[in-house]
Design a protein. Structure first.
Length: 527
């Protein structure tokens, strides 16, 4: 007579930094102890986050008919969850239903983030079971030029903010002579309200490795560098572990997947300078120098790291490449609008009820993202503005929230999509203070190489203070306008060149905030 063993129940708890910060490790520990005490065999799998940050820690159980979610869970909830039938997806006040069918998640276009929150980030077999390596295998069947053509035809543009076509950059590196070429991934995600790079590295690190390896095959590179900001210790640890697994599996090394392709990958940790998010400053930092902007030309695609032809893309760009190669350029191009093809990973932050990751095709409106996905403000007060594109992005008022999220539409409105970060503010925000912060931020983070940025930002803080104080208001407004022109046109890079964007948008849409208390009181008295 054979003894039948009870099937093991698979329970998923995120190991993402955001989830850990609100107690995911403690919840996982409580689940394991409670299961052990009850004599129940479970497989506790630590995943990335699904991106529904208001529900973290999110616990999922595999019922055999889909994964059922519960959240947000605290360690104190664990006894009642187990008693209430967690192991078979039973009812409980925290039960959310099948996670894949939750409307917030189901209506997204999860392309780059398809595996994040689903797989064990450091299990290579799990990665392959969920479609991993399909893009690399397809790429290795093509010539480098054909891979570049596929990326170009897909319409994939750089997700770091500038939106430059990835295929054109790759073709430049491919066509530039040189025996030594590099792939550099910019993971110095320093913009306020952005966290997609971190979540992808922590939740699906093999995808980024695969994308960088495809890029190496496409342009003839043999070495790659992943530049990660020091503020991301968990992402650094996860990527280091994933690179080690990839080497052991033959996904990196002298013969990638048994082919003649030789490519290896190294991690370098930044020291916390925002300016190193700019590609040439990052290259200087990689070379062991102080991160300072380089004048262009030459561009990095021709003379990049150590003077060699170099592909510089950000995390989301490189992580999207495997999908393009696996499914074909046409499938990716069918998503999006006009010249903004495919999907963007939008990050909802600030005073927002439902913050997190929304990946959807370009063309979704800002209003849909803030009101439908985000649920409005967490405070319950009216939304007054949203800053899109990081600390150097424009502040947009609600009457512009129907703008479609695509590069050209935002540029025409004097704004930018940037890295997809959206920071929401309610009606208590002081927009003069926000404008001042933009100039102050630039003054602190400037590399100091060019005068318009280094000095202009300091003068900008002083002039805004004078305007708010009511000191020669008209003259100083004109001076601020001239200063913004000078910074936009004269700065070496986007640090100084974009700082006027939030300042001018605040002045344009929220001029009353610059009157100062005395002037505002005088205006109210005469109304």
């Amino acid at each position: 007579m054979t003894q039948q063993t009870q099937p093991r129940v698979r329970i998923f708890v995120p190991r993402d930094s955001a989830a850990v910060s609100v107690g995911a490790d403690e919840v996982a520990g409580a689940l394991q102890r409670a299961a052990d005490d009850a004599g129940v065999a479970i497989d506790l799998i630590r995943t990335g986050s699904r991106g529904m940050l208001w529900l973290e820690p999110l616990v999922e159980v595999d019922t055999g008919d889909g994964r059922v979610g519960y959240g947000p869970v605290t360690p104190g909830d664990v006894p009642s969850l187990l008693a209430g039938g967690l192991l078979d997806g039973g009812e409980h006040p925290l039960r959310l239903g099948k996670v894949d069918e939750l409307p917030w998640l189901a209506r997204q276009n999860r392309v780059t983030f398809a595996r994040v929150g689903v797989v064990d980030p450091l299990d290579p077999d799990d990665y392959v079971r969920h479609g991993g390596l399909a893009g690399l295998r397809a790429a290795l069947e093509l010539s480098p030029a054909d891979v570049v053509t596929e990326v170009t035809d897909s319409g994939l543009r750089g997700r770091g903010g500038a939106g430059f076509p990835a295929g054109i950059k790759w073709k430049t590196v491919l066509d530039t002579p040189g025996e030594l070429k590099f792939i550099c991934c910019n993971a110095d995600e320093g913009d306020s309200g952005t966290f997609a790079d971190r979540m992808l590295m922590e939740g699906d690190p093999f995808l980024l490795i695969e994308g960088m390896t495809i890029a190496a095959h496409a342009v003839g590179a043999t070495e790659g560098y992943l530049y990660i900001r020091s503020e991301y210790p968990d992402a650094i640890a996860t990527m280091r572990a994933a690179i080690g697994v990839a080497r052991d599996r033959g996904w990196l090394g002298d013969s990638v997947l048994g082919t003649p392709l030789a490519f290896d990958l190294h991690i370098r940790v930044g020291a916390g300078a925002y300016i190193c998010g700019e590609e040439t400053s990052m290259l200087d930092s990689l070379e062991g120098k102080r991160g300072m902007v380089r004048a262009k030309p030459p561009i990095p695609a021709i003379e990049g790291l150590f003077g060699r032809p170099t592909v510089v893309n950000n995390v989301l760009t490189l992580a999207t490449v495997p999908v393009v190669l696996a499914d074909g350029a046409k499938a990716y191009q069918e998503l999006g609008v006009e010249r903004s093809r495919g999907t963007q990973v939008f990050q909802l932050a600030g005073n927002i009820k439902r913050g997190g990751i929304v990946e959807t095709a370009f063309g979704v409106t800002l209003r849909e993202l803030i009101e439908d996905y985000g649920g409005g403000t967490r405070s319950g007060r009216p939304v007054r503005t949203a800053q899109v594109g990081g600390p150097l992005g424009a502040y947009l008022p609600p009457d512009q929230f129907d703008l479609p999220m695509d590069y050209e539409a935002f540029a025409a409105a004097g704004a930018m999509v940037g890295h997809g970060g959206i920071v929401v503010f309610d009606d208590t925000v002081d927009m003069a203070a926000q404008a001042r912060f933009a100039m102050e931020f630039c003054a602190i983070e400037s590399c100091g190489k060019c005068t318009p940025c280094r000095v202009g930002s300091v003068r900008g803080v002083e002039v805004i203070d004078k305007i708010v104080a009511g000191e020669r208001r008209d003259e100083n407004l004109a001076l601020l306008d001239d200063l913004c022109d000078l910074m936009t046109e004269g700065s070496l890079c986007a640090m100084g060149g974009l700082t006027p964007l939030p300042v001018r948008s605040a002045l344009t849409h929220f001029a009353d905030d610059f009157l100062g208390e005395a002037a505002a009181a005088s205006t109210e008295g005469t109304a």
